[in-house]
Design a protein around this ligand. Structure first.
Ligand SMILES: CSC[C@H]1O[C@H](OP(=O)(O)O)[C@H](O)[C@@H]1O
Ligand SMILES: Nc1ncnc2[nH]cnc12
Length: 288
């Protein structure tokens, strides 16, 4: 039976390939926003169409500040994705979120700077809500899939997106804890904002790799810890992706996030810039 889900997977640090995909082919996709991080691996897992994009490119060529999130999200939309599951390595800002834990986040604090964080702008202005930044349905499927794969999951958590590429100072790490952040990373913003603008329901599974640097009694994070922990979690992560696809209901019912642009556009039709509209063909083609 054919499924009407097409799941985009954005793979973070340590996740540059997806062997579970059948009939898989790397496809180059051009976007009006420039080049995505890499070609998109298009295939299926069982009945579900899957589009996999390594966020930093194969070989981890692209640093967080240079990830072209607009091109990545546009490419996934162009590749027919209905929903996006993002996977990230994260540092823990809470004692009880130990390395090895999976956190299905439900909130973000955006501390990134200077990244292109909207598809819209002069000539076509839009304001989408980010009050609930994550798709509850996708997050629920993701949490269940990780549990079924044998992972220990925290359902909910606030992800602080920092600019990087340097890790935080201890003062920053302590401040973010005071703000109530649970995990820290460098890439989920503006990715989650752009997925919302592109009407792609989005969920993010963070794999805790370290305790950042707020603990006086523990070593501060190094890249080698992140990669070692990602490798240790690799089997669960791969199983979780397969479980996720297998557990999707056969038919995808509509999500309220499929139509957020119905309430978001403010520029009157006669004031819209045709060049801007042309660039929005994939992201907002449904209503423009
Ligand atoms: C390799 S350590 C820092 C690096 O890892 C995380 O990447 P991703 O979110 O793509 O898994 C973090 O955000 C940094 O980009
Ligand atoms: N401590 C940390 N800070 C920022 N990004 C990370 N990715 C993994 N661990 C991290």
């Amino acid at each position: 039976m054919k499924s009407n889900w097409t799941i985009g997977i954005i793979g973070g640090s340590g996740l540059y390939q997806m062997d579970a995909l059948e009939d898989a082919q790397w496809i180059s996709i051009d976007t009006p926003w420039g080049k995505p991080s890499d070609d998109v691996l298009c295939g299926r897992i069982g009945a579900v169409q899957v589009r996999f994009l390594p966020r930093h490119g194969r070989g981890h060529r692209i640093p967080p500040s240079a990830v072209n999130a607009r091109a990545n999200i546009d490419a996934l939309k162009r590749a027919g994705c209905t929903d996006v599951l993002a996977i990230s390595a994260v540092g823990s800002l809470q004692e009880e979120l130990e390395p090895g834990r999976f956190v299905v986040v439900d909130q973000f604090i955006d501390r990134t700077r200077g990244r292109d964080s909207s598809f819209f702008g002069t000539g076509m202005v839009a304001h989408v809500s980010m009050a609930e930044p994550v798709c509850e349905r996708m997050a629920g499927f993701a949490a269940a899939a990780v549990e079924n794969a044998g992972g220990k999951v925290a359902r909910g958590g606030t992800y602080l997106a920092m600019e990087g590429p340097q890790f935080s100072t201890r003062a920053e790490s302590l401040l973010y804890r005071q703000w109530g952040a649970d995990v820290i990373g460098m890439t989920a913003m503006p990715e989650a904002k752009l997925a919302r603008e592109a009407e792609l329901p989005y969920a993010l599974v963070g794999m805790v790799t370290d305790y950042d640097c707020w603990r006086e009694d523990a070593a501060f994070v190094e890249v080698s810890d992140v990669i070692a922990q990602m490798e240790a979690n690799g089997t669960i992560a791969r199983k979780a992706v397969e479980q996720f696809m297998a557990a999707l209901p056969e038919k995808r019912g509509p999500s309220p996030l499929d139509t957020v642009l119905d309430h978001a556009l403010i520029t009157s039709p006669d004031a819209r810039d045709p060049a801007m509209l042309a660039k929005l063909d994939a992201v907002a083609g449904r209503i423009l």
